[in-house]
Write a protein that binds this ligand. Sequence first.
Ligand SMILES: Cc1cc2nc3c(=O)[nH]c(=O)nc-3n(C[C@H](O)[C@H](O)[C@H](O)COP(=O)(O)O)c2cc1C
Length: 191
Amino acid sequence: MRILGLAGSHRKDGNSYLILKEVLEGLEAETKIIQLAEANVKWCDACGLCKCTMKCVIEDDVESIFNKMKEADSLIISTPRYLPIPSKLMALIERIASLYHFCSEIDPHFRFPLEEKPFGLIVVSAGGGRQALEALKELAFQVIHCWHMKLVTIDSYPCLGVLAKGENVGEVLEDKEAIDQTKKLVEELMI
Ligand SMILES: Cc1cc2nc3c(=O)[nH]c(=O)nc-3n(C[C@H](O)[C@H](O)[C@H](O)COP(=O)(O)O)c2cc1C
């Protein structure tokens, strides 16, 4: 079982990374965490060249991240609430979605490698709770719609994923309820 964590923050080693690390470390599974803060992710130029090549011509870290997502059995995305989600995370969604879009235009039988792969979500915000609901809904919608992945949910409110509270680096580790919910979410992702 290989679980890939993706921390969407622009702040390295921030709260969204720390909650992932707290839960993934020590699991009896192969785990890895990618921090977008450390990655070079450019936005899609809409050049359309991937129609012919099925590969993006932009040289950055997106292909390597996409390959790790393909290799993993499941993905857990942890992101801070921004406006509503970090632009780098949105650029990653857009870049990978463009490959899918252009490839399926050429070949109607094209099967996207992330299709039906399970994923779970965590959103950290300074306010916690409802403050981050919009970000959670937006992210769930984008990943289902653009990457065709399968959302794995939890029983507790708001079910779409975990809402964690934290502003300054490290504060999220005080949100024990969110950590417990994330553990449950990861258990579901490992089934
Ligand atoms: C651009 C930006 C917008 C933010 N907007 C909100 C917000 O609307 N509501 C909120 O509760 N927190 C907001 N925050 C705070 C972050 O969600 C919070 O500090 C979070 O812990 C950051 O996670 P990180 O340490 O992984 O970067 C915002 C932070 C940034 C940088």
